[in-house]
Each structure stands twice: as structure tokens, then as C-alpha cells.
Design a protein around this ligand. Structure first.
Ligand code: PRP
Ligand code: URA
Length: 210
């Protein structure tokens, strides 16, 4: 396993991933699960956020206590499916700014195509977590991260639910500085570049467009 890949083996996350994989899980439950897993992962992905000490008056005395410091964060979901992870992140990070990158994977060539981009104006002063439930060939994630780097962003993390070994290899090669966080590294890709065993088409399952 590449050094910059973190696989979340927490039992709550693993349990919820199994429910996501189940083809009988309907749209409502699927959406809720994606959001819950994103929130649980956010807890760990933000572990290295810098803190500073401030004074706060408790009802008893003055305490020296810590608050978040340093560079601000932004999250950037890759449309569509990345949108499903935004709610869960925002629950833990209520002030986080949210940029959007619209990419779709051509069903025949599996090449990513960009159709939308709207980022916070001060994005190049922020650390960024890119969100997408699926890292399959890695084309979409690599293109989105390349685009963000062109905007001057230096510290980027990539957070997904299911990753393929092929996607991890591609992203590690294209962007060796980017840490990848996932809940499972699956077996590989099928002939249509879908992740095996995976969970099917994440966007279709979140938005009920199957
Ligand atoms: C899916 C998924 C990723 C991409 C992964 O999106 O959400 O963005 O495919 O595949 P890759 O690693 O091979 O690029 P899709 O293109 O199906 O668009 P959607 O989110 O609008 O359904
Ligand atoms: N996109 C998905 O939504 N699922 C896959 O398995 C691969 C790409």
C-alpha cells in the first residue's frame, strides 16, 4: 500500500460501507449513509489541523484552552456524487467554504470532462479536501486536483469511500503530494472501469437516477 493512503478500518465505517454496497439499499438510506460515513471520516482527516491556545473565562476561573488556528479549509466535491459527502463534512466543519468542480466520466472513453467550476475567491489561501465517493481509474480525481493546483492551492487531500488499486496508483503517480483517505481499497476494475465489488454508480444511487 502506498505510503500516502489511509484506509479507515473503524468498525462503524466498515459496517456502513457494507450497507452501501448492498444493491437493495434504497436512495434515502444510501444518501444518509454516504453523509454519515463522510462525517466519520472528516473526524480523522482533520486530525492534523493546527491549534492555538487562547484564554477563556469559565464559570470558575480563566482557562488556557485550544481553538483551531492557521490556514482555513475548503472542501471541493466533484459533481455529482461528491455532493453526497458535503452534508456530513459541514456538520463537523460548519464554517468550511465549499467549491464545486463538475466532471463526468465519458462512458466509452472513461476520460473525465469538466463542465462546471465555482471556487471560493480565496481558495489559493486555503487547504483543500477534495470529495468524491469513488476513485476508479483515477482520471476524474487527478484532473480535479490538477485544476486546483493550477489555481495555486498547495495542500490538497483526497477523500473517497471506495478506491481501486488502479485509481490509487494513478493518483499517487500524478499527485504524489496528495494524501488519499478511503474506507475501502477494493479488488480492481471491471471491463467498464467500474470498481469491483464496489457499490455500483454512486451518483445514480445518491440521486435516484438509475
Ligand atoms: C463517478 C465518480 C467519480 C468518477 C470516478 O462520477 O463519482 O467522479 O466516476 O471514476 P474515475 O476514477 O474512473 O474517473 P461520474 O463520472 O459517473 O459522474 P456523476 O458523479 O455525475 O455520476
Ligand atoms: N463511478 C462510480 O460511480 N462507480 C464506479 O464503480 C466507478 C466509477
Amino acid at each position: 500500500m502506498a505510503q500516502n493512503v489511509f484506509v479507515f478500518d473503524h468498525p462503524l465505517i466498515q459496517h456502513k460501507i457494507t450497507l452501501l454496497r448492498d444493491k437493495n439499499t434504497g436512495t434515502k438510506e444510501f444518501r444518509e449513509l454516504v453523509s454519515e460515513i463522510a462525517m466519520l471520516m472528516a473526524y480523522e482527516v482533520t486530525r492534523d489541523l493546527p491549534l492555538k491556545e487562547i484564554e477563556v473565562e469559565t464559570p470558575i476561573t480563566t482557562a488556557h484552552s485550544k481553538v483551531l488556528a492557521g490556514k482555513n479549509l475548503a472542501i471541493v466535491p466533484i459533481l455529482r456524487a461528491g455532493l453526497g459527502m458535503v452534508d456530513g463534512m459541514v456538520k463537523l466543519l460548519p464554517n468550511v467554504k465549499v467549491g464545486h468542480i463538475g466532471l463526468y466520466r465519458d462512458p466509452v472513453t472513461v476520460e473525465p470532462h469538466t463542465y462546471y467550476c465555482k471556487l471560493p475567491e480565496d481558495i489559493n489561501e486555503r487547504d483543500v479536501i477534495v470529495l468524491d465517493p469513488m476513485l476508479a481509474t483515477g482520471g476524474s480525481a487527478s484532473a480535479a486536483i490538477g485544476y486546483l493546483k493550477e489555481k495555486g492551492i498547495q495542500n490538497i487531500k483526497f477523500m473517497c469511500l471506495i478506491a481501486s488499486p488502479e485509481g490509487i496508483a494513478r493518483l499517487t503517480k500524478d499527485h504524489p503530494d496528495v494524501h488519499i483517505y478511503c474506507a475501502s481499497e477494493d479488488e480492481g476494475l471491471n471491463e467498464n472501469s467500474y470498481i469491483v465489488p464496489g457499490l455500483g454508480d454512486a451518483g445514480d444511487r445518491i440521486f435516484g437516477t438509475e
